[in-house]
Write a protein that binds this ligand. Structure first.
Ligand code: SF4
Length: 294
């Protein structure tokens, strides 16, 4: 599988610029409702495209994360007081955006006893109440692997439970510090044991080897994860973990083919893919497959 020099960003990583009126509508909605998005906080390269499609990934529990993963651009430190009006504002924003499929994520809140699980559950319920026809996908932290907070969130009945493995087993500690490969698998396994559709994602270009990627994908399939996203790692600032390599579009296609061959229902794989990229389309594909099979 071929690579290219890490000196210069390859042309295939050029994202679309935000220009449309829909983009401005989403930006105004986020600003006026004091909301946070991972699109902005993580410096996502797809912001122009996604917001122009009127999709954004709202981030709850504030914008300050208690962890400091070496790949992630989100601000870290001591978070401010919980904002108890947040679930209702998020639900209203989903309504105003007219989302058929809402993706919500959060910072890690290891400072809270329940890791923020009660706010997560309140947010899912508020979205459901105000938007009964909207699919809800949640991209959650690991709640330190504790089943109790995870069950609080699952009891609110999201449609898709997404929790990223992020990288291969060998690189977990240098890349994620506090998180852990087996804890992540445990979160996904627990959600599956309760009958949820599960989803996970991995970044490439961070130092992993070919066989390690294949093993990670097999490990996710072994616990029946349904949807997989694979994207290029981009170093957010010089202080973050250095880039190892640019992965070519051809290699992303090979990993997509491999993922489908080992049984994932949907694989989104490409240089600009992020865990919430085209999440609405992945959910629709999964439903179509289910309808064909059923
Ligand atoms: S890929 Fe996800 S995080 Fe990035 S802009 Fe789109 S919705 Fe936001």
């Amino acid at each position: 599988m071929s690579t290219t020099s890490v000196e210069r960003k390859p042309g295939w990583l050029r994202a679309k610029l935000p220009t449309s009126s829909k983009y401005r509508e989403v930006r105004d909605l986020v600003d006026q409702n004091a909301l946070h998005t991972v699109c902005q906080s993580a410096h996502c390269p797809n912001l122009g495209e996604c917001w122009s499609r009127r999709t954004a990934t709202l981030m709850i529990l504030g914008e300050v994360c208690t962890r400091s993963c070496t790949f992630c651009a989100i601000q870290t430190g001591r978070p401010p007081e919980l904002d108890l009006g947040e679930p209702a504002r998020v639900a209203e924003a989903v309504r105003k955006m007219g989302l058929k499929h809402a993706v919500i994520t959060s910072v890690a809140r290891d400072d809270l006893k329940d890791g923020g699980a009660s706010v997560w559950a309140a947010t899912v319920r508020a979205i459901r109440y105000r938007n009964p026809g909207t699919g809800i996908e949640i991209l959650i932290p690991d709640f330190r692997g504790k089943p109790e907070p995870l069950d609080v969130v699952l009891d609110a009945r999201p449609d898709i439970l997404n929790h990223n493995i992020e990288t291969v087993e060998r690189l977990q500690r240098p890349v994620r510090k506090t998180a852990n490969y087996n804890t992540t698998l445990g979160v996904l396994r627990h959600a599956k044991s309760r009958g949820f559709t599960t989803k996970s994602g991995i970044m490439l270009g961070i130092g992993e080897q070919h066989e390690e990627i294949a093993k990670t994908l097999r490990d996710l399939r072994a616990i029946d994860v349904n949807i997989l996203t694979i994207g290029q790692y981009l170093q957010p600032t010089p202080k973050h973990r250095p880039l190892d390599r640019w992965v070519t579009p051809e290699e992303f296609q090979e990993w997509k083919d491999f993922g489908l061959s080992i049984g994932f229902d949907v694989v989104e794989s490409g240089p600009l893919v992020r865990s919430s990229y085209h999440a609405d389309e992945q959910s629709a594909m999964l439903q179509e497959r289910g309808a064909r099979a059923g």
